[in-house]
Ligand binder design. Sequence first.
Ligand code: MG
Length: 165
Amino acid sequence: MKSADMHAIRTGFGYDVHRLVPGRRLMLGGVEIPSPMGLEGHSDADVLLHAICDALLGAAALDDIGKHFPNTDPRYRNISSLLLLEHVGKLLEAEGYALVNIDAMLILERPKVLPYAEAMRSAIAGALGVTADRIALKATSSEGLGFVGRSEGAAAHAVAAIVRI
Ligand code: MG
């Protein structure tokens, strides 16, 4: 099978889950959201940004977020995932890729994140150096079902399309 390079769109997929625990800040899409529970993790545990990072890395076949930012590395302890996303954007740029679009879905029972969606889109676009019209963000609850429904954690899915320019 032949490979197409010039202007061939590549897509990537990302998925992540983090546990909700009391006493942590809730960071989603690079925005702090008032909540009694936050996501647990080595970094700021921004589940949405992690899924987006993996979608971008996957589109470029550049491994995954765990390989680039190991959770055993003290440099990444409590780091803002916006910095990780910015780094991923620069990695792809260095490989000659430009962003076509990102579509992401956050799955969280509470709090409602709709009031923060525009701030998240702006933060994500800012970290990547693109305009917010490239970033789509959706959120849903889990209707009380499963680990998300029991507010034990949050999940996120993302797809990204990139093109070599
Ligand atoms: Mg993660």
